[in-house]
Design a protein around this ligand. Structure first.
Ligand code: GAL
Length: 414
């Protein structure tokens, strides 16, 4: 018998459950590599370490997580899934259906997740009655960020309609300023597109078109108007937009190289990480129109062998939903806590606006899942839409052709 075996035997005889002495371990796959994101994920690493956990980091750079999801598929196919994975929306259920997710119901029950999470969020975390993911935050997608000094200098207020947005952009462009900081990556095009769908069409139209995939909505004149607005906005980006990362677009607003960015509030994490102050250095407002597009980050645990790994998964799940983590992480990330019992006193005015709007839109029935961030649709359908949005944005395709292509692409993806 080796020393390790002797120890293991004696431990087993003293403990009802060997897991009590397991050393929590986790290999964590995520795509939080920008300045603000890295600060936020460090909060989880620190909490995990302070509870005796050892964390193996597997960051896969690439905003929106496309590259991370490709890396995940390769690992799972190789029979070597990471312990914990940043995963969200219907992708959680898609992986569950492949039979590769661990059940974290024991932690969820012990912590009473059913009582502390809003029902709409809890639904995303469940797979056939079990808990299969732990929610981290609520990001809002439909935001406009602006450089305050530029707007002040040109006598421009934050736009409340798309016409006002266009008028402001044209005034700025005439003054030699890039109106819209944008990164030409498919998920960023999709992010802008869905805010335009919400703003131009309204919440009910958004639901018909991008959640219910209603063919009439997809081919409607309203959708043509959405593509018209996308074409207009294509004229507001600088010549070097192709392939630019989202955080570099945020930096353009920060540094006064561009006036606006349309991006979820992870952009606020970048402003804050750079020491910028909301209301002084930068402004936030919801994109024109009603409604709220939510994007809830979460972690799913993959079915892996070993007590240490299982202990790591359970500890992560427990920490993620814990009150302290929910506060400190979200202060850094730009999002708001998923739990309504976390005080917002230390949060900034953009976060308070987000929380208030989330409550109001939940009442009004206009709290909607983001399609661009994988909350509304399965991968195949979301991908089909994004391909069209990107093809349109990067060509001179007419709005008529775009809606025809959109309807075809969606129909073929079903
Ligand atoms: C989103 C994700 C955010 C942020 C962003 C940019 O999809 O939910 O947490 O990371 O991508 O990478």
């Amino acid at each position: 018998m080796t020393m390790k075996m002797i120890l293991a035997t004696s431990v087993a005889s003293f403990c009802m459950a060997g897991a009590a002495l397991a050393e929590p371990q986790a290999e964590v796959l995520h795509w939080w590599t920008s300045g603000g994101e890295a600060r936020a994920v460090a909060v989880l690493q620190e909490e995990f370490a302070s509870r005796g956990g050892s964390w193996t980091d597997m960051p896969v750079a690439g905003g929106g997580g496309d590259a991370a999801m490709t890396a995940l598929r390769a690992r799972v196919l190789a029979g070597n899934a990471p312990t914990a994975v940043q995963l969200k929306g219907p992708a959680i259920q898609e992986w569950y259906e492949e039979g590769v997710l661990a059940d974290i119901s024991a932690v969820a029950q012990e912590q009473g997740w059913a009582d502390i999470l809003p029902a709409s969020i809890a639904g995303h975390m469940q797979c056939e009655g079990t808990w299969c993911a732990a929610p981290v935050n609520v990001h809002r997608v439909d935001w406009v960020w602006a450089n305050k000094a530029i707007l002040d200098e040109h006598g421009i207020a934050m736009p409340t309609t798309w016409d006002e947005f266009n008028a402001a952009a044209e005034k700025l462009q005439a003054a030699g300023i890039t109106p819209l900081a944008h990164g030409g990556q498919a998920w960023q095009d999709a992010t802008v597109f869905e805010t335009v769908v919400l703003g131009v069409g309204g919440p009910e139209f958004f639901r018909s078109a991008l959640i219910d995939l209603d063919m009439d909505a997809l081919q409607s004149d309203t959708m043509k108007a959405v593509f018209d607005q996308m074409r207009t906005m294509r004229g507001y980006v600088d010549a070097n937009f192709s392939g630019r990362d989202w955080n570099l677009a945020t930096a353009m607003v920060m540094n006064g190289e561009a006036a606006f960015q349309i991006m979820g509030d992870w952009a606020k994490g970048e402003f804050l990480a750079a020491g910028k102050v909301p209301g002084e250095d930068f402004l936030c407002a919801s994109t024109p129109g009603d409604g709220y597009l939510y994007n809830v980050d979460s972690f799913a645990m993959f079915d892996v062998e070993g007590e240490d790994a299982v202990a790591g998964q359970n500890l992560l799940a427990e920490l993620i939903v814990g009150q302290n983590f929910q506060k400190v992480f979200n202060l850094n990330k730009g999002s708001i806590p998923v739990r309504s019992d976390v005080a917002l006193d230390e949060f900034d005015s953009c976060a308070v606006l987000s929380a208030n709007d989330m409550a109001a839109t939940s009442e009004a029935g206009s709290l909607l899942p983001s399609y661009a961030h994988g909350m509304a649709l399965r991968g195949a359908q979301a991908g089909a839409i994004t391909d069209v949005v990107t093809a349109h944005f990067n060509s001179d395709m007419s709005s008529e052709d775009a809606v025809a292509m959109l309807a075809d692409a969606v129909a073929n993806s079903m």
